[in-house]
Design a protein around this ligand. Structure first.
Ligand code: HEC
Length: 170
């Protein structure tokens, strides 16, 4: 009787361990599947990144849109960051930087009584909306060697607001 019971038990244990190992095996399989799914999600992300890049190419369209939405009042507030170094009225007073009156579409480095850096003299472009937009994002990166020490404005909408305000200075 005892023998029978023991062998029954061992069969049960054996059976149980098969089940357990089966479960482990299945789990592993599931994990593998899960991994593959994750990888696919990564691929999807890359596709999204590629989409973002194509958005950058279409920035010109967004650029126009940005300016139709721009706020002059918002720009005036942001311009407080500039007035420490720039005058904004028609006195055309030179401060640490050249005056910003009439800056939009003015030729770069064209204020005769301001001593510009070599970098800005060599820039040789007019300050269109677009040039200002990229310069003000990070001046030091856009014109390497400029002596304008200003960290820049990250948000495109802030720059559009500011440039709209600068356009009103005429
Ligand atoms: C810490 C002082 C400082 C601040 C703040 C500053 N600027 Fe300037 N800015 C300068 C100096 C100095 C120059 C001349 C740069 C050179 O010669 O390389 C300059 C040049 C410029 C020019 C080119 C002008 C020209 O005649 O070609 C523009 C445009 C300009 N700044 C806009 C701005 C705006 C807009 C802001 C505010 C968001 C700002 N700056 C903030 C110091 C400053």
């Amino acid at each position: 009787m005892n023998k029978y019971f023991l062998s029954l038990m061992s069969i049960l244990i054996l059976f149980q361990s098969f089940k357990v190992s089966d479960e482990i095996f299945n789990n592993k399989k599931d994990q593998k599947k899960g991994y593959i799914i994750l990888e696919q999600e990564d691929d999807d992300d890359e596709v999204t990144v590629a989409d973002d890049k194509s958005d950058v190419k279409e920035e010109k369209i967004d650029f126009e849109l940005l300016f139709t939405k721009a706020s002059l009042d918002g720009g005036e507030k942001i311009a407080k960051q500039c007035v420490a170094c720039h005058s904004v009225d028609n006195s055309l007073k030179v401060k640490v930087g050249p005056p910003l009156w009439g800056i939009v579409n003015r030729n770069a480095a064209s204020i005769s009584d301001f001593k510009y850096s070599e970098a800005l003299i060599n820039f040789k472009k007019a300050w269109s909306r677009e040039e200002l937009f990229y310069f003000l994002e990070k001046p030091k990166d856009y014109i390497k060697g400029t002596k304008m020490i200003y960290k820049g404005l990250k948000k495109p909408s802030d720059r559009a607001d500011l440039i709209s305000y600068l356009e009103s200075l005429k």
